[in-house]
Each structure stands twice: as C-alpha cells, then as structure tokens.
Ligand binder design. Sequence first.
Ligand code: G4P
Length: 527
Amino acid sequence: MSDLNTEINRRRTFAIISHPDAGKTTLTEKFLLYGGAINLAGSVKGRKAAKHAVSDWMEIEKERGISVTSSVMQFEYNGMCINILDTPGHQDFSEDTYRTLMAADSAVMVIDGSKGVEAQTIKLFKVCVMRHIPIFTFINKMDREANDPFELVDEIENVLGIRTCPINWPIGSGKSFKGVYDRKSGVISRFIQGDNGHRTEVIETSLDAPDIENLITKELYDKLSEDAELLDGASDEFDLEKVRKGELSPVFFGSALTNFGVEIFLKYFLEMTTSPLPRKSNEGIIDPFREDFSAFVFKIQANMNKAHRDRIAFMRICSGKFDSGKEVYHVQGEKKLRLTQPQQMMAEERKHVDEAYAGDIIGVFDPGIFAIGDTICAPGNKFRYEGIPTFAPEHFARIRQVDTMKRKQFIKGIEQIALEGAVQIFQEYNTGMEEIIAGVVGVLQFEVLEYRLANEYRVDIKLEQLPYEHIRWIENENVDIDSLSVTSDTKKVKDMHGRPLLLFTHPWSVNTVLDRNEGLILTEFGR
Ligand code: G4P
C-alpha cells in the first residue's frame, strides 16, 4: 500500500501547449534530455535537416512542420516520474487538444518572447481556463531580441485574462541576453554564449556580487534593479493556492534551444505542481490513491505504425495501479477483459508496461471496442468518469472514392478515422456509403483525412466542400424526416448511428425550421 502511495505521489502529468514555432518541441526535447530519456548528441541545432523532433510521428506532420497528433512521453527527474502530453499546435486541432488537456493535471504554455501571445495560444488557453487547470508560462527564445518583459506579462494578463507572477526575470535579450534573475532568492543565473553560438554555461551570482555590474553591464544592472523594484510593488504576490486553481500563472524566462532556464523551470514546476488530482465520476469524486485501478480513454489512434496496422486506445490512469496480469472491467462495453499489449510511448519507440500508476498514460491495443471517454475500472466497480464533449463540426465536405472498386477500404478507412474522433461522418438519406459527408472542426482535418485514406488505406478520394456551417441533431423520437419542412439551404442527413440531423448554411435558418415545425427539438451536440 505504501508503495502505491509513493509511486502516485511522485507522479506529475502535464500538457505542453503553444502556438506553432514557439519552441514546444525544443523544450520537450530538453526536458527529456534532463531525464536521460533521449540521448541526442550535441544540440538540436540542424534538426530540420537531420531528423525531426522526437515527438513528431506522422508523415503529414513532418511535411508541414506541425503537430497534428498528440503524443505522450515519460521521463524521470530527481526522483519524480513525469508524463508529458504533447498537444497539436495547429488551431485546426483544438478538439484533439481539448481531449489531451482532459488527461493532464496542469499545462505548460510556451510563448515566443519576440511574438508574445499568438492567436492559437488564446484558443488553447481558453480550454485550460474552462477546466481550471494550473498554467505555467515559459517565455522562450530570450537569446533572440524579445519584446519588453513587462509588455509580455501585461499581454498575458490582458489577452488571456489570467493574473501572472514572474518567478524569474530576464536580463536583456538577444545579443545582450545575460541570464535570469530569481526574484525570491536573488540568484542570477548567467547566460554565456559559447563560440559556436549554442553552448551555454550557467554561472550563479547575485545582484549584490561585487563584480556584477561588469558581468552583466552597468546598463542592464541598472535596469534590472529598477525592474525588480517595480515588480515587487506592482506584480501579484506568489500564491500557491491560486496557481493550483488556475488563477495565477507563474512566469519563467529562458531559451529552450540553448538549454537555458529549462532546469530552473523544471525544478520550480515540480515544487508547485501536485501529484495526480482526483477526478469526477457519476459516483462522486474518485481518489487517485485508492487501491482499485481506474482509467478513462481520451484518445484513439489507428495505424501509428504502418508496419503493425494497429489501433491504440490511450488512457489516463486516474486511480490505483495498473497490473497487466489482472482483468479489468470496461464500463461502457459491460465486459471484463484483459488489456492487451499495454505500452508507454517514447515518440516512435514503444515500451511494454507491466505496471503503471495513477497519473500515467498507457496505450493499449484496441480491437475496436473502446470509444473516447470510456471508463475502465477494476472488476466490481462500475462508475463512469465524466464524458469528453465533442465539438460541433463547422466545415463540411462531400467525399467520394475515385476508384469504386475500393469500396470496402474506403468504408473501413473512413469509419476508422471517424471512430478516432478526427472527423464526424454523415450520410444523406438517398445515397449509399460510397458517398459520405464529413464534418470537421478545422479545415486542415480534411487534408489529414485525404492523406490518411491514401497513405493508410490506399484509397484516393474526391472532396467537394459544402457551404454548411451549423449542425443540429433532432432530439424527437420517431420523427418523420420526409415531412419536416426545412429551408432551401438546409440538408437532412443521418450520423453514424443513424440519428437524424440537419445541416444549415445560415444560423437564422435554425429558427425558421423550428418555427415551421411545431414541437421539433434541435440540439447542438450529438450524444
Ligand atoms: P514548436 O514545437 O512550438 O512548433 O517549435 P519548435 O520547438 O519546433 O521550434 C521552432 C523553431 O524555433 C525551431 O527552429 C527551433 O530551433 C527554434 N527555437 C526553439 N527554441 C528556441 C530558442 O530558445 N531560441 C532560438 N533562437 N530558437 C529557438 P527552426 O529553424 O524551425 O528549426 P531547426 O532548424 O532549428 O530545427
């Protein structure tokens, strides 16, 4: 029992979010290097030509340089066991990001110091706010000319609507970047550029050191003294409770590429975050430290490894210990089963796991029985964790296979990708499965769909975008779809489960249709 407590206590599970190019991948790599989880010779400079960041694994992602799928990595540091959930950086993948954030206990937000808060950060951030998850800010690329730190911090407060508390403060930026000043201890960690540009050395000193004006220049010394005083007077005081409630974001400065400020950040982060948090279920709050194993599925992905043709369900363990030798109970499937091929991910490498604890993420082989949001418990338990809502699609396209001989692959592929939650599929009433309407939250998902069908299922498709932007499910039982009176811009379709729904081009048509059909009940989310 005490083993269980120790193991769960030392776990931390966080998601890393950023606008593309802010440095999320570089920072993740540095974390992993600290944990000894990867062993890259030298720095990651030249990565573009030589290799891709370890957390990228889909071809399309490599081609476009964006993360379209979330991966999970685990590493050990200072006796802690840390799980990082990588999130897609592109705005088109907010739904995937949302699901990933559901599996995390806190988030690290990476911001480019020369760009400040960017559009995508705002969207992702709102998701964190919705869930009240603690947010830690890492302002990156201080080795490049950056915006004024006060402006950066103000922007986070104003645009994102969260209070901030800088834990350290930068001394200059770009060519004159001299390091960071720790506000509590007064320690200055000096940034020293090496001859080849990317080697740094951290030397600790303080504002009172006799030679400090020479080391960081008189001008920067004066500015730092002034800034420090201003900050003490004007910024929010550090309050751990507020941080843990997601009301105050601790802010750190650094340069992931040159590995500066990363370890400082990691140390503070581990001090300020908690072990895995309790989760809500339909039978009340579930304590992570209880002995019984429980988990929920937050992501399903097929064909991660083309050689294996597989489908993996990712689950976040919420309580107790996972033991690969023991049976579990799949609540939604109402079945006892053994989770097969349980594994943890290290980018493209998979490691078999026999045991895992609350806070950990495991991937298990899925023979097609799991759905996103499903709960897995120890036998004898039947509670369900709170579901993961789906986003209403905003873009629709008609999809046809080019070669009608490949009907089987087409249906298999499209159903599979829909089950993963990447697209939602609908059918018109008078057509067969060779023609489908796909709905997505972000248009880039159409490209992913096209790419994946061609690459994984060898099916080429023709995609015709449709003008619909709004979707409503019909809640009434036994509705006679033919007799519904709709506007000319409305399309009647059914979803994968045969439930009727309407697609609208204009938002006002929703009300018109409601007016014309007495008693009709429309909802925005499919159940
Ligand atoms: P992302 O995952 O958030 O999309 O960003 P990623 O880490 O891939 O970083 C985007 C670019 O920014 C990369 O350059 C990376 O080297 C650079 N970068 C990351 N952190 C820092 C930093 O602290 N300082 C500086 N100066 N640059 C940083 P790239 O040219 O796109 O790729 P590469 O050729 O370096 O691989």
